[in-house]
Write a protein that binds this ligand. Sequence first.
Ligand SMILES: [Zn+2]
Length: 234
Amino acid sequence: MFYFEKINSKKILKSDLITKAEIFFTTKESFIKTQDKNLIETTNKNKQDICDFLNVQFLISPQQTHSDNINFAEIDGKYPNTDALICTKNNFGIYLNYADCTPVILYDEIKNIAAIIHAGWRGSAKSITIKTLFKMGSNPKDVSAIIGPCICFNCFETSLDTISELKKTLRNTDGLFYERYADLKGINKRQLTEQGVEKIDVCPYCTCCNNDLFFSYRNENMTTNRISAVLKLN
Ligand SMILES: [Zn+2]
């Protein structure tokens, strides 16, 4: 179940499914990513608040390109052309950025490793969530998954080519497609359940429908502001 908490009086969104690692989503109040010069100071301040909250010196974030490239976050540095980061260390935080795309977080409580995945329709069509699960080397039964705030079934209208690409990633597509509409949260959930992952929490919020809380690329004229999925191992 999802619920709001606050860092320095600014809303963040959490799930109660995973309590052994620190995992949350920023909102329009606590966001840490923008290209708007007028907002850089705000995001830097929010980032510092999050570092203080997590008790870390720095946060690692990859340069996302809607690929299916997956890397291990090991040192502070650039991670070019990367859309999923696996974290095995607890001395820094990691985050990925979103405005409608699907954020997926996987946590293996036996190995105490986790990953954040950028699974928009391109990543979902390349099964990036499942490729990350494999790269973690985890037993699916040990893995908990959180699917964060993103565009909903009603709001995500796309091309028939994209629908066809997304369908190819699943054995059972029942209930996930309607004409030109696709349920990206449901597709990522089904990809995981078809691999044997059982513990999954799906966020009820849509970035378009709940645009007061979250940024939406489609609903806000291609905004450069982003919400982020943030993770730190304990
Ligand atoms: Zn919606």
